[in-house]
Ligand binder design. Sequence first.
Ligand SMILES: C[S@@+](CC[C@H](N)C(=O)[O-])C[C@H]1O[C@@H](n2cnc3c(N)ncnc32)[C@H](O)[C@@H]1O
Length: 313
Amino acid sequence: MDNVYHIPAMLNETIEGLNIKPEGVYVDVTFGGGGHSRAILEAGAGHLYSFDQDKDALQNAIEDERWTFVHSNFRYLRNWMDFYGVEQIDGLLADLGVSFHHFDCPERGFSFRFSAPLDMRMNQTAKRTAADIVNGYSEEELAQILWLYGELKNGRGIARNICRARAQKPIERTEDLVAAALNVRLGSLGNLGNLGELDIPTNAKKDLARLFQALRIEVNDEMGALREMLVAARDLLKPGGRIAILTYHSLEDRLVKNFLRSGNLEGEIEKDFYGNILTPFTILEKGRTACAEEVESNPRSRSAKLRVAEKKG
Ligand SMILES: C[S@@+](CC[C@H](N)C(=O)[O-])C[C@H]1O[C@@H](n2cnc3c(N)ncnc32)[C@H](O)[C@@H]1O
C-alpha cells in the first residue's frame, strides 16, 4: 500500500519541549514514520537512537551518520544504551501506540474495517497474536481487559458473546471477532473476501474501535513496556535533560502523569521533613492537546496529549 506511513502529532510542540541541545544525545523510542526523529536531527541533535519493534519502520530509515536504528521493544532501552556505551541522555521522546501504517495495512489485523487474520502484533516475530488471546483467555480475563484497556461499559456482555461464539468455532479472523462481539451472523458483514472491507453498522463502530484497542494493548503488553521504559528513562536522563511523551488513551496517560509527578511507578509523592515534594522532575507540559487546525488536518491527532518534564539537577 502506498498510504502515508504516519503523520506525527504535535510535531513543533514536541520538539520545542525537548529543547534540543547541539551535540546532545537523544532517544526516540517510537520511530514509526520517522517524522519526529527527522525533526530532532534537524534541530541539531548530536546523536539520535530511534527504536521501533516493527521492522516495517525501517522503510523510513534516515541517512545521517548521527542516526542509529534499534529494532527492539523500548522496554530494553537500558540494555541497548549499555550496548552502545551511552551512560546518560539529553532527551527522550515517546509517541505511544501504533502508527497509521498499522491501521492501513489490512493484513496486520489491527483494523475492524477489513477482513484479515486476527493478529495485531507490532513485532511480527512475537509469539502471541490477538487470536491467541481471544480464544485462550477466560471470560473474566477478557471482560477485565475490555474494561481496563477499552473502557467498554458493556465489556462483560461482549466477553460473553465472544466466549459463546468460540465454543462453536475458534475466532481466527477480524470478521469472526466482529460477528461474535456484535452477536450477528458472519454473512451480515457483507461479501467477505480476504482483506476486503467489512460492512459494519455505524452505531457499532465506537465499541469495535475500543474492543480492538483493548486487544492491541494486551497483545503488545503496551502498559508493561511503558512502565519499564519510564524507569529506564528517568535513570538515563542527565540533570536538565527532557522527556516528552505523547499518550493516546486515559490509562497510559494516567501512568505517565503520575510517574512524572512522583518519579515512581506507584505514583507515590514523597516529601521531605519540611513537607517539600521530592521528585526528580519539573513538569513543563501537563497534557497539552493538539490545536484545532491540527485536528482538522490530521483527525487522528485529536486524542494526543503531550506531557513534558525536565530532570532536576
Ligand atoms: C505513534 S507511532 C510513532 C510515530 C512517529 N513519532 C512518527 O513521527 O512517525 C508509534 C510507533 O512506535 C512503535 N512502538 C510502539 N510500542 C513500541 C515498543 N514498546 N517498543 C518499540 N516500538 C514501539 C510502533 O511500532 C509504531 O511504529
